[in-house]
Ligand binder design. Structure first.
Ligand code: PEP
Length: 253
């Protein structure tokens, strides 16, 4: 039985007071949910204040990126150990905005995943095709290539800590979500890839999140799919009521 995870990716949004208020509101409401794990991913500079605002609640903290080196002379980067030090459990890796806007490669994602795991962080690794790739029938091969390049060289022991997120690029921030059938098809393929590379038990226990314009109105249908184990939520995670409604839709209790 996989406990669903609802993860809020705040991206480069909110400032100190708004971040604190959102986290405190979420902490307060989180006590009503028992069959779902909740995590938020604020910008680096607010991790500390959000950690404080979440204290005493079960809401987990994550970062949106990390560097693959340990602390040292890497101006502008953040080491995995630093994320652990400010209370992070998770780190998002390979988000399409980093792949497409900042040129992050599968090899970069893999290096970051290894370093994050070594420091004790649990990576949420994002994969997904562009609209052009979907329309030319390449979805499956793109997902496979990204899986091979950014995940598959991890050992089974390391992979155990990984959450996979299917995030079709054309659905992120566009208001146009994948249909539940489209999401389920890719999630089922991903589970097969995991079974082939690792084993059936790991495939069964791995959480595969869907991300791309998840909102209160579509969360129930998407999360109702057999292989959809939660959501990575961007825009709707910035509004407390919307995020809570998505958490409610995911709650298996
Ligand atoms: C995301 O940032 O991972 C995301 C899915 O964004 P949105 O929910 O806004 O589409």
């Amino acid at each position: 039985m996989r406990t669903p995870l609802v993860a809020g990716n705040w991206k480069m949004n909110l400032q100190r007071t708004a971040a604190q208020d959102l986290a405190a509101g979420l902490a307060e409401q989180s006590g009503s949910f028992h069959g779902v794990e909740i995590a938020v991913f604020p910008p680096f500079v607010y991790l500390d204040v959000v950690h404080t605002a979440l204290s005493g609640s079960s809401v987990r903290l994550g970062a949106q990126n990390v560097y693959w080196e340990s602390p040292g002379a890497f101006t502008g980067e953040i080491a995995p150990e630093m994320l652990v030090d400010v209370g992070c459990r998770y780190v998002i890796l390979g988000h399409s905005e980093r792949r497409h806007i900042l040129g992050e490669t599968d090899a970069d994602v893999f290096a970051k995943a290894k370093a994050a795991l070594t420091a004790g962080l649990a990576p949420v690794i994002c994969l997904g095709e562009t609209l052009e790739q979907r329309e030319s029938g390449q979805t499956q091969s793109v997902i496979e290539t990204q899986f091979d390049g950014s995940i598959a060289e991890l050992s089974a022991d390391q992979f155990h800590q990984v959450t996979v997120a299917y995030e079709p690029v054309w659905a992120i921030g566009t208001g146009k979500n994948a249909s539940p059938d489209q999401a389920e098809e890719v999630h089922a393929d991903l589970r097969k890839l995991i079974a082939n590379r690792y084993n059936a038990e790991l495939a069964e226990s791995t959480r595969i999140l869907y991300g791309g314009s998840v909102k209160p109105g579509n969360a129930g249908d998407l999360l109702g799919q057999a292989n959809v184990d939660g959501a990575l939520v961007g825009g709707a995670s910035l509004k407390l009521a919307d995020f809570v409604a998505i958490i409610q839709a995911a709650d298996s209790d």
